[in-house]
Design a protein. Structure first.
Length: 211
């Protein structure tokens, strides 16, 4: 069965949505389990894409194409995964902080996290600290991911960290921050748990924090 899994892997990496869909249908008809397709072909493909993005071999348009192919494949596999009780690795609540309406970076992070097999609750933009925390509790999320593109909105990240601490949730929920103006130094200054400089690193760090 390795051949068709290799083909699915390659098609995801190249962002060929139709090819991914057709190959998944063929694989399922040949008796390949949905779990095998996910864990042996699709997730490794996104790992490869993430690694190449970090090293500069691939650029954002390529990553977006691969993520779309991954999403198309997941839409086909989901009913089979649910039926066989294959659950996501964990849940991340993601959003752009209050006062900030930028979402391109956040959306890329979401795609990369989903490519890691994580369930992502996307709160969108202009998200308050209270909304981040309540959504994390409602969805059983182990990680809150806060994005900011404006230096003026970065203090909102500190509010999320402080709210997590005041609610005694620090052991249960980790706060990850990122965005163009954000640095490791700022992460340390506000006592956030995780800083990552790019989407692929964010996905890896969230996965490591959960699994």
């Amino acid at each position: 069965m390795t051949g068709i899994l290799d083909d699915i892997n390659g098609s995801v990496q190249k962002g060929r949505e139709k090819s991914v869909s057709d190959l998944i249908v063929a694989a399922l008809e040949d008796g390949v389990s949905a779990r095998s397709i996910l864990e042996e072909a699709m997730l490794p493909a996104m790992d490869t894409v993430g690694g190449k993005f970090k090293s500069g071999e691939l650029f954002i348009p390529h990553v977006l194409m691969a993520a779309k192919a991954m999403k198309a494949g997941m839409a086909q596999l989901r009913p089979y995964l649910v039926a066989s009780d294959v659950k996501p690795k964990g849940t991340v609540v993601l959003g752009t902080v209050k006062g900030d309406l930028h979402d391109i970076g956040k959306n890329l992070v979401k795609m990369m996290m989903e490519g890691k097999g994580l369930d992502v609750v996307d709160l969108g933009v202009d998200v308050s600290a209270e909304k981040f925390v309540s959504a994390a509790l409602e969805n059983g999320a182990a990680v809150i991911g806060c994005s900011a593109l404006l230096t003026t909105t970065m203090p909102e990240m500190k509010k999320v960290v402080e709210l997590i601490k005041s609610e005694n949730l620090s052991e249960k929920i980790k706060v990850m921050i990122g965005g163009a103006p954000v640095t490791q130094q700022y992460c340390d200054a506000i006592n956030a748990d995780i800083y990552t400089p790019d989407a692929a690193s964010a996905a890896e760090a969230a996965f490591s924090a959960i699994v």
